[in-house]
Design a protein around this ligand. Sequence first.
Ligand SMILES: C[S@@+](CC[C@H](N)C(=O)[O-])C[C@H]1O[C@@H](n2cnc3c(N)ncnc32)[C@H](O)[C@@H]1O
Length: 279
Amino acid sequence: MSEILETSGDWLDLREPEDAVARSLDLARAAAALLTEGPVVVHDLGSGTGSMMRWLAPLLPGPQSWFLHDWSSLLTGQAITQARPSDRDNAEISVFGRTGNLVDLSAEDLAGASLVTASALLDVLTSPEIHTIVGACIAARAPALFLLSVTGGVHFDPADERDAAFESAFNAHQLRDANGRRQLGRYGAPIASGLFAEAGWQVCKTTTQWRLDHHQSGLLGEWFCGWVDAAVEQDPQLRTEADRYRRDRLAQIELGEQGELGGLSVLVDHVDVLAWPSP
Ligand SMILES: C[S@@+](CC[C@H](N)C(=O)[O-])C[C@H]1O[C@@H](n2cnc3c(N)ncnc32)[C@H](O)[C@@H]1O
């Protein structure tokens, strides 16, 4: 997935409905059960245009305040100006933007937090960023609900002998050095979980998946082309093969849209994590 595609509001809008279906409701309910006292203050890290808030706020008690952290003020601005969700008692929530690099997040920034959340974030962070975030949650004793981190697994139906080469190049691309930031890709979630466990926190993990077929053909096509482009950027030797591979797979997506047999469906593996301090 290209850098631009990852962080553009259009891409986040396109993936929002599938993210909402894929996120673990069990972990969200377990997080809600931890919120036993007073007003609920949630800090959403790498909030983008606020998709996590729109999904989670209706599952949590009120009154609720959300602090949306992102280094793009454009994206947090969009989140704040869009229609706001209600809490589970149907009351309006309060929303505030916080612009900055998460590598600078401190325990003071999270003071009074009831819950720290993130969605589709850990795999695009660096090691210093993850250490900082987990350290700040632990120092503030704020439970963390970090959802939809990619694990690298992708399952195509029908399978194609070219899938494995593109999957492995894409996974290597996830770990690239992008403008001086070495991203953790599929290691992001295990590292964060390990740091919480090392601090003696309870950690619960569950596997989640995007299930893409002709019902989400827009997202499937965009995701697939971004996935192939990233693989080719990582391994330019795949370029010639990529043109045929892309054409064949897009034809399968079209077949599915027309209700014909042979349409493409893809499972994209993710992991969801809830961590909270032992009593
Ligand atoms: C893949 S998007 C996910 C956005 C949102 N959570 C969602 O699910 O739609 C990752 C977001 O994290 C932000 N981000 C990535 N690294 C960051 C960092 N180091 N500091 C602040 N924001 C960051 C990006 O700007 C982007 O909005």
